[in-house]
Design a protein around this ligand. Structure first.
Ligand SMILES: [Zn+2]
Length: 168
């Protein structure tokens, strides 16, 4: 089943739906759009046992992502581990407490890898040849690296003049 039918964009404020298109805000009230899933349809195809058989990275959850038809992940992005914190859990009176360790997120060891991989996949889905972002450092670097790997024709990164010095 195509992911086109599993979700659509919906205005957070006025509730107007915009389908599955490359748009970030509601043209009626200028509020941000959010993803509204068709959970009944999603339950039929994104079954726990099927997900468990896939590689442990973000592409495991492909039904939830805006991917082109027959998409195969360019590399293993995400799949970062949960780390148990027994002492802090005990101090806070919790039975279990876990932290997501995004310091081991591949390929660039940044949690932004997942955002960039998703955005570039969506751009590919909508047949964009040029991608861009606004960044003061890390996001721009992740996007530059991933855009080259995904072979986009052009990349634009806008950095405000008041931003901090470039980050490595
Ligand atoms: Zn709206």
């Amino acid at each position: 089943m195509s992911t086109n039918r599993l979700y659509e964009l919906r205005c957070r404020e006025c509730g107007k739906t915009w389908g599955n298109v490359p748009r970030s805000f509601c043209e009626d009230c200028f509020s941000p759009l959010e993803v509204a899933y068709d959970y009944d349809s999603l339950k039929k195809i994104a079954r726990r046992e099927n997900l468990a058989r896939r590689d442990f990275n973000m592409w495991r959850y492909s039904e939830l992502l805006p991917l082109p038809e027959n998409f195969t992940g360019p590399n293993a992005v995400g799949g970062t581990p949960l780390v148990s914190s027994r002492k802090l859990a005990a101090k806070w009176g919790l039975k279990n407490l876990y932290f997501k360790n995004d310091a081991v997120c591949f390929p660039s060891l940044s949690f932004k890898d997942r955002v960039v991989a998703t955005a570039l996949s969506a751009a590919r889905r909508f047949s964009f040849t040029t991608v861009g972002c606004s960044s003061t450092g890390n996001l721009g670097q992740r996007r530059r690296r991933a855009s080259r790997a995904a072979r986009f024709r052009r990349l634009r990164i806008h950095s405000p003049r008041t931003s901090s010095p470039p980050k490595c």
